[in-house]
Design a protein. Sequence first.
Length: 343
Amino acid sequence: MTNTLRLSVLDQSPVRQGGTARQALEETIQLARLTDQLGYTRFWVSEHHNTGTLAGSAPEVLLGRLGAETQHIRLGSGGVMLPHYSALKVAENFRLLETLYPGRIDLGIGRAPGTDRLTAHVLNPQNTFRDEDFVDQLMDLRGFLRDEVIPNTVHEKVKAAPFATTMPELWLLSSSGQSGLFAAHLGASFSFAHFINPVGGPDMVRLYKERFRPSDELAAPRATVALFVLCADTEAKAQELAETLALQMLKLETGDRTSIGSYDSVRDYPLTPELRARLTYHRQRMVSGTPEQVHAQLTALATSYGVEEITAVTITYDFADRLRSYELLAEVFELAPVTLQVL
């Protein structure tokens, strides 16, 4: 079976029932080591706040550790929620990472809160969630990353340290498509979050490509799509993983903030007709099955999106199932394993 797609990872450091945040972060580190060896292209980590179900609240900190644990895979944020921070500080964080691990750092930028509105306000009381403010931040961020000298602006006197010969790749992330237009205007890469919104993504990627304006960093549009992927040795196992994850999404949607549990803990979850309809919707956010089934589904999805790279988000109760899913994906897509040196 010939591989025509690059595969990448978005990991959210999930904390399972009975587990701890420390355990979740250690599992993220172990997964990064594995996918580095298996030949995945990127390993991104997410940013979430005020939640006990996901342990990754500071991508820039976690990436520093992951860089020391890996050798080839690109590392990035999926993403940094820019409205919470100053553009200068984000630029410096990622220039530092790029200096430590040159040619391996992606700066993925989002504008969603990554939390509830109250927590977002506490993170940045000045955040008004206005598009205009976000665009201003993006322009400042790009200016700091490029060392631009813009007369009569702060960029004339303030530079982002450390001074480096390379810069991280800039990506904009979106589940609505609006940031795809921003990415097109800036000449940046674009990643659509199908795992958040399974509706309309191909049209949004198409619009990004149509509106794309080449930049010094990127001559042609580059897009990826991220979605939940659950691959297992058998259809029955894959079905259990998919049902468990879909029910976890449903529970979160209905205000149940408990961490993901085992299949046995959710198999008898009471479902009204309305909840069953929502469950069907959540299943659209994922692809699941045996390796051959997942290969066919991801290939078709990539064709509909017009992309050459898929980012897999995998959350399971049992960490061994998460590792196995990525192993099976690498095998069926014939990724080239990397021989790692002893660090």
